[in-house]
Design a protein around this ligand. Sequence first.
Ligand code: PFF
Length: 458
Amino acid sequence: MKKERSSFTSRLGFVLAAAGSAVGLGNLWRFPYLAAKYGGGTFLLVYIILAITFGFTIMIAEIAIGRKTRLSCIGAYSALDKRFGFLGWLASLVPVIITPYYCVIGGWVMKYFAEFLSGNSAETTSDAFFGNFISVQTPGALNTPVTWFVLYVLLNAVIVLFGVEKGIEKVSRIMMPVLVILSIIIAGYSLTLPGAMDGLKFYLLPRWEDFSVFTVLGAMGQLFYSMSLAMGIMITYGSYMQKDNILEHSVTQIEVFDTGIAMLAGLMIIPAMVAFSGGDTTLVQQSAGPGLMFGVLPKVFDSMAFGGFIGTIFFLLVLLAALTSSISLMETIVSIVVDKLHISRRTATIGVIVGVLALGLLSCLGYGPLSAIQPLGMAFLDFFDFISNSVIMPIVAFITCLLIGHFVGPKTVIDEVESSGAFHRKKLFVVMIRWIAPVMLIMILVTELLKVAGIIKV
Ligand code: PFF
């Protein structure tokens, strides 16, 4: 029996919901440290070019597949071609890998929010604070990454179990513009720090000597992560999209929104980081890592008037952006479990939470008590990030390109897009999905694998 599928009631509703899922820690936490690591302006330029070509292609294909089939990713691929049913399963694996470690970082944000709220912000400005926190070795101690991770997961659990996501989404819809305005103020302030102008140049001006294949690979992995691509999410969103929604417009809006927030986050963090490092951009590139946001922003707040208050509000807003994303990640897993195992939503949610807690614990302890165990030479969190962003997502995107470009044909997507409006970037779409995207994806995969095997060095 086919159930009537509910739809987003307005075009803006669709864009906001998809953007709410897309904008999260990927923009605020991951983008700035990758941009700093891969050469600032060079990375930014490569990212923007990829977003409007490659990101656009994959996103419009996924949303069109969802809207055409009216199915979430498990059923959608096989509805297009029976032989591709496995792709839905592969794509669903991504949220399963991402959610646990996403919640670990959500826990870090909560910890910083709590420190600022309780007036301890001065402590967080020391260089060693973040490193000491994530590597706590004392078992059973409170105020460790484990404590904050468990709290963060429980917060998600309560929201999902009581079905109040809609409430959170509403709140975040109001908070999102506040986050943007606050980020503009913080970025503006950062730029007045002595030496920040050198940082601004580093962030905005591309330098060819920084360009390498790794810049492209880093930018592409980030694109998947930030825009929630190659993990079935956009297919699901598309399946709820109304038929008269102008697809190309919506995709452009989500892209502009997502990239805009990421750029703003970079503007807040990178020039300040260069300023604090005395203008040494080589040092900045070498030291940028997952701790960047947590290391730099407290220092910015510390030197700002009303910094304690601004920092508290800022971390609260980051927490909200993270929550809307992790809730949509958890929801995705719960709905797959409910559909496939035919169990109640409540049981499924509890099962998913237990799984997230178990897997996330590895990432949580990976910088501390479990640091001796290094799969592929990485800490657990970095390992899960690598497996999802650099291995599974490129594989899913590659097979999607084959499916659309060469098996069912680009016309399937084009017809769906054109059923509701013009498709201006049609030629670009066809060339990308058939040839350029798959070749680039294969390059990513091979290079990443060679890197892991130690055959080439970053
Ligand atoms: N795109 C999100 C971010 O940038 O933080 C991560 C994410 C959220 C991926 C929700 C998938 C998802 F369903």
